[in-house]
Design a protein around this ligand. Sequence first.
Ligand SMILES: Nc1ncnc2c1ncn2[C@@H]1O[C@H](COP(=O)(O)OP(=O)(O)OP(=O)(O)O)[C@@H](O)[C@H]1O
Length: 271
Amino acid sequence: MLVVEGLTRRFGTLKAVSDASFVIEPGAFVGVIGPSGAGKSTLLRMINRLVDPSEGVIRFGNENVTALTGRDLRRWRRRAAMIFQQFNLVGRLDVLTNVLMGRVATVPAWRSLTGLWPEDDKVVALSALEQFDIGSLAAKRAEHLSGGQQQRVAIARAMVQEPELILADEPIASLDPRNTRVVMDALLRINRHFGITVLCNLHSLEIARSYCDRLIGMAAGRVVFDGAPVQLTDALARDIYGLDSEQVLDGSARAPEPRVRAGAFGEAAVA
Ligand SMILES: Nc1ncnc2c1ncn2[C@@H]1O[C@H](COP(=O)(O)OP(=O)(O)OP(=O)(O)O)[C@@H](O)[C@H]1O
């Protein structure tokens, strides 16, 4: 169980996340929604400890995540795998090696540096790729793959870490509608088949509603909604998204405003 209590992160005078509290049960698929700048990425990054909280506590089971340092912190990052919008693969390396990078903490450094990975690890990595229908791409350079294929490689790399929690930071923001579905289906499969808890930042309200068991809505750093997708009425969504609500609820109504990342909201209409 993931417990977040009074979590706050300040950047100067700005509270990017302000007094966030919630509990996530094992095996849940939770979407974090909200307009650009609401604090969604900062929240996920704090849980992975890529960003240190200014105040508050993160607990996972009996572990006080906020207090971890050194080796214990590295161990936590293996248990809480991150997936990023830009995939974070090494483009010039082949797909299998990219997935094997998820095993780097479990093998001696000389093996990963020389590329002499244990056969067992190669089998695990290949089977992870096959889970997501991309086993045939194992020998290809990662940079030659489509965005959707690269994100599935990133998910396979996260899987071979054997995480208990997946933190996906806008995993579909760079993808077209078809690949959006493919990647969300891959995350759902991990969740349903392996029981791994997924916490996923999403710009698209439609995708969040159709994939997640529960939604956490953020606005201006605060958690302003926490409930099942059916509880998120259009009126509540308008409150959360403010001026962006027309794009979120009905992207076809008008062209996106010329604002940073406004295009990502358009996914709601076309996905
Ligand atoms: N390293 C940083 N230094 C200063 N300000 C930051 C930093 N990281 C985030 N912020 C600010 O904190 C606020 C929340 O940012 P965050 O990226 O968490 O929001 P978000 O909801 O994920 O937005 P988006 O959907 O656009 O990614 C924003 O105002 C952002 O400019």
